[in-house]
Ligand binder design. Structure first.
Ligand code: EPU
Length: 422
């Protein structure tokens, strides 16, 4: 297990290239289970989660080969195994998105129930409700969901849940519906850009999907899908993390491959507290030259402020000039970073799903423990500005979702090293 050793202080300056989106590419890889013939996916980030998905697809009969600069080629060669084992699913919850395509293409999917994780309880009832509406029979055996269907039939499906729409739930139902007989209408679909990117890939494979990226998605079933060539959208969460890194260190960072239009709530919030964000040919320049204002923020489904940037924004607000309130509406327990930030001198009080952050003059370096992907990113950010040395342990969490983060930060002037944990 590796750790990061960070010496706080340097202002970040220069350019960073944002990688392809993890959360777009994972379901897109799963979608290739539906195709007859090879698919090529471009700008695939080099992440632990991508290796896990490649391994899972390998076990499900897909040959996966890697080309240059983030190119992946996938082709199904054997359809006889449809079991996503617990060993793999527990490592990566997104494995659940093979459920829809396996069911649609092979008539059977056996997928281990993912269970909870460090960010809270993570049910899949909406996924199953959608698949049932399409005619699947769902059973639970030894902790696995077994979904079967001779034939799926288009239906009208409401996918809203107690916390709003579901990103992977929408992906699963959309992928199950593409080869169903007739038309499916998904209401209260997730509007995230990653869902729209998956639909773009499915349409390139021959699917007929309209409205992806809006709350109503219409899918007209087709008989067959072919392989396709797709370039993944940039990772808006990685982009947001680097924007916050620039703002925190009073830096000036240019981001290339960054779609500001996918990040309007984030840009609005950053500008609101005094960060300068400007469009710059196909990307953005983010700078800050002063102490920032406090703010209130609530995480919401897209186009609202993303839960995946809540922890990182909290680090920024720890150093703002006054009190901020951060309310988590997607994963109300996603606050593991609070205790670790407090060890670095942050002043944060938790009240239910809200954290009240009182800005302090400075954070102080400390050994801290990463608990999940985005919480780890928040701790790395804190280390960049803390006085003295910060050690972030268990960085395998961060390797799941940020491609070479220490190299990218170092290129911007940060003092960060990877070292083996003793
Ligand atoms: N929910 C249900 N029932 C369901 C599914 C979800 O009640 O069947 C609830 C969840 O408990 C949560 C809310 O609905 O309260 C939203 O969950 P969603 O299903 O949208 O999450 P997900 O699809 O499992 C994806 C991302 C997460 C991101 C969330 C929310 C991927 C691989 N994962 O998860 O990303 O936080 O959407 O935007 O796309 C991350 O990258 O760090 C990460 C956790």
């Amino acid at each position: 297990m590796d750790k990061f050793i960070i010496k706080g202080g340097p202002r970040l300056k220069g350019s960073v290239d944002i990688s392809g989106s993890k959360n777009a590419v994972l379901p897109i890889m799963a979608a290739t289970l539906l195709a007859s013939g090879p698919s090529t996916i471009r700008r695939v980030p080099g992440l632990a989660d991508i290796s896990h998905m490649s391994q899972l697809l390998g076990e499900l009969g897909t040959s996966v080969s890697q080309g240059d600069s983030g190119m992946l080629r996938l082709e199904v060669t054997d359809e006889s195994h449809s079991h996503a084992r617990y060993d793999l699913v527990r490592k990566m919850r997104a494995s659940v998105c093979v459920l829809g395509p396996l069911l649609a293409k092979r008539g059977i999917a056996r997928v281990a129930m993912p269970g909870g994780c460090a960010i809270g309880s993570r049910p899949i009832d909406l996924h199953l409700r959608g698949l049932r509406a399409l005619g699947a029979k769902i059973e639970l055996e030894s902790g696995d969901v077994i979904a079967t269907a001779d034939k799926l039939k288009g239906a009208s499906i409401f996918l809203g849940g107690p916390f709003g729409s579901s990103v992977l739930g929408t992906a699963n139902v959309m992928m199950a519906a593409v080869m169903a007989e007739g038309t499916t209408v998904i209401e209260s679909a997730a509007c995230e850009p990653e869902v729209a990117d998956l639909a773009a890939h499915l349409n390139a494979m021959g699917a007929r999907i309209r409205g992806a990226g809006t709350p109503r998605v219409t899918v007209e079933g087709v008989k067959e899908l072919r392989g396709a060539d797709h370039e993944v959208i940039p990772d808006r969460i990685e982009a947001g993390t680097f924007m916050i890194a620039s703002a925190l260190t009073n830096g000036e960072v240019k981001l290339s491959h960054c779609r500001l239009d996918d990040m309007l709530a984030v840009v609005d919030k950053l500008r609101d507290i005094g960060v300068i964000v400007e469009r710059d040919d196909g990307g953005a320049v983010v700078a800050s030259a002063r102490r920032l204002e406090p703010t209130d923020v609530t995480t919401q489904p897209y186009p609202g402020f993303p839960t995946d940037l809540q922890a990182q924004l909290m680090t920024l607000l720890c150093l703002a000039d006054g009190n901020s309130a951060i309310t988590e509406k997607i994963f109300p327990d996603r606050f593991m970073h609070v205790a670790e930030l407090s060890r670095m001198g942050a002043n944060i009080r938790k009240e239910g799903p809200t954290a009240i952050v009182t800005g302090v003059k400075r954070l102080i370096g400390a050994p801290v423990m990463a608990s999940d992907l985005r919480a780890s990113a928040a701790l790395v950010l804190a280390g960049l500005v803390a006085r003295g040395e910060t050690t972030v342990n268990r960085v395998y969490h961060i390797d799941r979702g940020y491609e070479r983060i220490e190299e990218k930060l170092r290129a911007l002037g940060a003092d960060i090293e990877r070292a083996p944990e003793e």
